[in-house]
Design a protein around this ligand. Structure first.
Ligand code: GDP
Ligand code: MN
Length: 398
């Protein structure tokens, strides 16, 4: 789960990381009022969306008067911003963050990420802040400093000092840098984050180290133990298909192809998508019905997958261990009786109660395409999709 910049800053600040003074606003008047409250004569109005690259896309504007703040905020709220991270459809701006502008002397990059291969938290820092990390690593790879955290002991102060020296932080400010890095690390660890990125971390004219931008991503599987973090979820920033599924206790991932996939388990989902690609097709999404799915749940899954306009064929691939093929079959039949679909449906069942499941499908009288192996299922789905779309000239044939 992603959160907004202002939320990430508040969290980091609670862990001792310095941030500029700022306040949230939902309207132009409120934005101007917030700035007046703060005082000063220069402010930055920042669009709050779950994406970086706002600066280049007009989502970060420096203002020096009340009326300018109002005009800028007016121009942002309700609009969609398209950055290289939002995808072409962009993300809606419904709140802005107003910040007291700070005099910047240096911009640094600091990121904390989970290195799954090494099973460690990694710190990536660079003296070339302000640019995206991808650009830094392409253009100035020598500026990147890395450190690995040993989980048994956590991030050590000497590691932070080493990073500070490598970034050329002057001696009088090293301790401040150590506090900043430790604060980010503790926020990451204590709240089960998978990413903390401060870009830029700035050094001000009056020798303060401040997080000028902040991004945090959290491990969805650990949200249950951080209610104060789950509360920060903003559905307006998510793929509506995915949040609708999450509300129904199903996990859904939207993709760009045409074959909708209903599977059980993430591993089987990956294998199913690989096989569809191998067979010459492109998955539109995958929906994981999880273990112990009831017919109701399967029927719900069907409706969700069908609500995606790009879906031109459906592949149901179930390898039932905890699940029961007869329940899945019943769910499929129920869904299709309640709301017939106009795309081909391929069903492959294996595992617990497979015979009963096959019988239910066979006796339903529905035009289902059945398959025994995964390869067969993928090939039939792609073939059915091809011939179906050929018949219908309005549909895109890849
Ligand atoms: P992003 O483009 O979405 O990553 O948004 P950022 O919050 O990183 O802002 C982009 C750029 O705007 C930063 O790299 C800064 O150079 C600039 N910026 C943001 N806030 C301030 C500020 O308070 N003062 C000044 N002078 N520049 C700022
Ligand atoms: Mn940034």
């Amino acid at each position: 789960m992603d959160i907004h910049e202002y939320q990430a800053k508040e969290i980091l600040s609670n862990f001792g990381v310095g941030i500029p003074q700022g306040a949230l606003a939902y309207s132009p008047e409120q934005a101007a009022y917030r700035a007046r409250e703060m005082g000063g004569d220069r402010w930055v109005v920042k669009a709050q969306v779950h994406a970086g690259g706002r600066g280049k896309a007009g989502g970060v504007k420096l203002c020096s008067s009340d009326s300018e703040i109002q005009t800028v905020t007016e121009g942002m709220l309700g609009q969609k911003i398209v950055t290289h991270q939002t995808g072409p459809e962009g993300k809606g701006i419904y709140r802005v963050y107003v910040e007291a502008a700070v005099p910047i002397t240096r911009e640094i990059y600091v990121g904390f990420v989970l290195d799954r291969a090494r099973q460690r938290v990694m710190i990536v820092a660079s003296s070339e802040g302000g640019m995206e990390i991808e650009d830094i690593s392409a253009q100035q790879p020598e500026s990147i400093v890395r450190a690995t955290v040993e989980p048994a002991v956590g991030l050590q102060e000497f590691q932070c000092r080493e990073i500070a020296f490598a970034l050329g932080i002057k001696p009088g400010m090293v301790q401040q840098m150590v506090r900043t890095l430790l604060g980010c690390y503790r926020a990451f660890r204590d709240l089960d984050a998978t990413m903390v990125e401060v870009n830029p971390l700035v050094i001000t004219g009056d020798d303060r180290i401040l997080a000028l931008d902040a991004k945090m991503t959290f491990d969805n599987n650990a949200l249950f133990r951080h209610p104060q973090v789950s509360e920060l979820r903003d559905k307006s920033q998510e793929d509506p298909r995915e949040s609708r599924a999450a509300d129904r206790g199903l996990s859904y991932v939207g993709l760009n192809g045409n074959i909708g996939c209903i599977v059980n388990g993430a591993g089987l989902a990956m294998a199913t998508m690989d096989t569809i690609k191998l067979a010459g097709g492109e998955p539109a999404n995958f929906l994981d019905i999880g273990g112990g799915a009831t017919p109701e749940r399967v029927a719900k899954a069907f409706r969700l997958v069908m609500s995606d306009k790009n879906v031109q064929a459906i592949l149901v691939n179930i390898f039932a261990g905890i699940n029961r093929c007869d329940w899945v079959a019943e769910g499929v039949v129920r869904a299709l009786r309640e709301e017939p679909v106009d795309v081909p449906v391929v069903v492959r069942l294996a595992g617990t109660n497979v015979k009963e499941g096959q019988k239910i499908l066979a006796q339903s009288g529905l035009p289902l395409i059945r398959a025994t192996t995964l390869m067969e299922a993928a090939e039939r789905a792609v073939m059915a999709w091809r011939s179906d779309t050929n018949r219908n000239p309005n549909l895109k044939v890849v």
